[in-house]
Design a protein around this ligand. Structure first.
Ligand code: IMP
Ligand code: MG
Length: 173
């Protein structure tokens, strides 16, 4: 298994995360925000992002999976659910990467059924070429080509999440 040079460096990431947080802070000025991190992948991005957001916020998490190694199963399972009340809140869903869009589309519709005041989506990475289901993305860190990447929370087989940068990943055959 090969983890190559950074595709996105620590410096590029932290600059972009603070830019995203700036946009979010401006858009939610005077409003309360409920930021929901989609685990496990978003745990690093989420914790960096919320530390740069200036508006008051509450946090919650959910654990969802639609992936088995690097193959999408196309089916979303919730292993741990949101505990905060959604109705009437300004919800910001925070994801690590949007690939086919199946996970986010499922989660988005599920949250919308609970009657939030508003719902926006922030993703660190967007692999646009791979989209199967159209999901509206409000804040995107970086668009990346169709390559499997690891680091900054993203994994292969639950490994490499602790790399501080994003790297392309190839299986050696
Ligand atoms: P989607 O439902 O196909 O959009 O898949 C989204 C989920 O797949 C993400 O939250 C990741 O957990 C995982 N995923 C998609 N692409 C990658 C990748 O390149 N590296 C690591 N995980 C990925
Ligand atoms: Mg994920």
């Amino acid at each position: 298994m090969v983890v190559g040079k950074p595709l996105l460096t620590v410096e590029q990431i932290s600059k972009r995360v603070s830019e995203l947080a700036g946009m979010i802070s401006a858009d939610y000025e005077g409003k309360d925000l409920l930021a929901i991190g989609i685990l496990k992948g978003a745990f690093v991005f989420f914790s960096d992002l919320v530390r740069y957001i200036q508006t008051p916020l509450s946090i919650d998490f959910l654990i969802a999976s639609s992936y088995l190694n690097d193959e999408s199963t196309g089916e979303v399972r919730i292993h741990y659910d949101i505990r905060e009340e959604i109705a009437g809140k300004n919800v910001l869903l925070v994801e690590d990467i949007v690939d086919t869009g199946i996970t986010l589309n499922y989660l988005r519709e599920r949250i919308l059924r609970q009657g939030p005041e508003s719902l926006r989506i922030c993703t660190f990475l967007d692999k646009k070429e791979r989209r199967k289901v159209d999901v509206p993305l409000d804040y995107v860190g970086f668009e990346i080509p169709d390559e499997f990447v690891v680091g900054y929370g993203l994994d292969y087989d639950n490994k490499f999440r602790n790399l501080p940068y994003i790297s392309a990943f190839r299986k050696r055959t």
